[in-house]
Design a protein. Structure first.
Ligand SMILES: *Cc1c(COP(=O)(O)O)cnc(C)c1O
Length: 456
């Protein structure tokens, strides 16, 4: 089939997520045909460096036969069986143990889900259920942050802090509160980073006191906000959040759907930021994106309460612990251990990536600031970086830059005027050089476009 035929079918029958379908149908979706390592190819044969690892997930890169083989073998052995009817199977049991072997602290009890959004729904129900079985059903308020992303189900949308999502498909789930995000470059004013981190964390304490400490079930946050634009919090932020949660005996949940499995340079973002959560969510990198699977790792406190409470937990998904997805996730963890992915990142690739980005791009006239940790980074594009003046809202500078990247063999995502990178964890130094050179070129082209539009 030709590119246009596929585009026509797509336009005729496919409703895309997070997309203005009418506009997309006019120009036609780009058809991606295959992938190998850190590269993907489109229908026209263009080779593109995937600076986003798909959607923050293809951590081990494309085209791994070892992952495909375990999927095939599991499919012919046992393609599906549930874990509801007092039954289990080898992949689910083995994967639960393997996850517990890499999670920090006592996060050793694993509940499976099919996607990050589902894992977040599990968190919302489990944190509230935990307090209910403690005899405190009134402790049901969940606190999250503005501009947080926790998925796109009604639960995830309500818990997340994306105003564009809150506007659609409501009413939202009640008893959820949002506090400010720790975005120092954008909102820190004259404060030092450390000072600002404390101010943002103390917004949690203020909110707790406002709604009453006895009414709060949990605080939930991404160690690094991903879809919100890669917002890396100041070093003071998480320790203060941790202190406040302890003080008021509030459950702390880290949404590690992006940060988990090496993205921040450790197995989990909680380790990078010194968080000791009661529960974490994981998805995306858990199976390197090869099959949909997610999990919630639950610490002793909540797990023991659940285990000791003599009643079913009336919650679960048909595909909780799906054997084929579980087998692939298990293999993913094994590969990460065998190939020392996290060690290589920490000792070599992460410092090289973060340094190369800054050396190549910090002095670019459009780049106001670079946020980054591990193999994830966000860049704020500014009309005038000296005076921190953003582009006017009619100039979608992020989309202009993203389109230049796509046309020049690089996937770099835009969130508003922030450009985002999150490449596969197996990227080499040479591939980082290529990524950074392409990013520089595309920023130059973006600058030219902005001038042509009269925006500069
Ligand atoms: C992607 C993401 C989710 C949602 O995961 P899905 O698999 O898309 O449902 C939840 N939380 C965070 C932090 C994410 O990045």
């Amino acid at each position: 089939m030709s590119q246009t035929q596929i585009q026509q079918q797509d336009a005729g029958y496919h409703l895309h997520p997070f997309t203005n379908t009418g506009r997309l149908n006019e120009k036609g979706a780009r058809v991606i045909t295959r992938g190998e390592g850190v590269y993907i190819w489109d229908e026209d044969g263009n080779k593109i460096l995937d600076g986003m690892a798909g959607l923050w997930c293809v951590n081990l890169g494309y085209g791994r036969e070892d992952l495909a083989k375990v999927a095939y073998e599991q499919m012919v052995t046992l393609p599906y069986y549930n874990t509801f009817f007092q039954t289990t199977h080898t992949p689910a049991a083995k994967l639960a143990e393997a996850i517990a072997s890499v999670t920090p602290g006592d996060l050793n009890h694993i509940f499976f889900a099919g996607s990050g959004s589902e894992a977040i729904d599990t968190i919302m129900r489990l944190t509230r259920h935990y307090w209910a079985i403690q005899g405190k059903p009134y402790r049901n308020i969940l606190i999250a942050r503005e501009n947080a992303y926790h998925g796109s189900t009604i639960g995830g949308t309500s818990l997340g802090g994306m105003s564009g999502m809150h506007k659609q498909g409501g009413p939202l789930v009640p008893n959820i509160e949002h506090i400010r995000q720790p975005y120092w470059y954008g909102e820190g004013g004259d404060m030092s980073e450390d000072e600002f981190g404390l101010v943002c964390a103390r917004a949690l304490e203020e909110k707790i006191l406002e709604v009453g400490p006895d009414n709060v079930a949990a605080f939930i946050g991404e160690p690094v906000q991903g879809a919100g634009g890669v917002i890396v919090p100041p070093a003071t932020y998480w320790p203060e959040i941790q202190r406040i949660c302890k003080k008021y005996d509030i459950l702390l949940v880290a949404d590690e759907v992006i940060c988990g499995y090496g993205r921040t340079g450790n197995w989990f973002g909680s380790q990078t930021f010194g968080i000791e959560p009661d529960m974490i969510t994981m998805a995306k990198g858990l199976s390197s994106g090869y099959l949909p699977i997610a999990a919630v790792a639950v610490g002793d406190r909540v797990a023991n309460a659940l285990i000791e409470h003599d009643e079913d937990f009336n919650h679960g998904y048909t595909y909780s612990g799906h054997p084929v997805a579980a087998a692939v996730a298990l293999k993913t963890i094994e590969i990460m251990k065998e190939e020392k992915i996290v060690e290589t990142l920490r000792d070599d690739i992460v410092p090289y990536f973060q340094q190369s980005l800054r050396e190549a791009l910090s002095d670019h006239p459009l780049v106001g600031h670079i946020d980054g940790v591990g193999l994830v980074a966000g860049m704020a594009l500014m009309k005038d970086k000296e005076s921190k003046t953003p582009f006017p809202s009619d100039i979608d500078i992020g989309m202009i830059c993203r389109d230049h990247c796509f046309s020049n063999g690089l996937i770099m995502r835009a969130t508003g005027s922030r450009m985002i990178l999150s490449p596969p964890l197996v990227i080499s130094r040479e591939e980082i050089d290529e990524l950074v050179q392409k990013a520089r070129l595309c920023l130059d082209l973006t600058l030219e476009s902005a001038k042509k539009l009269g925006a500069l």
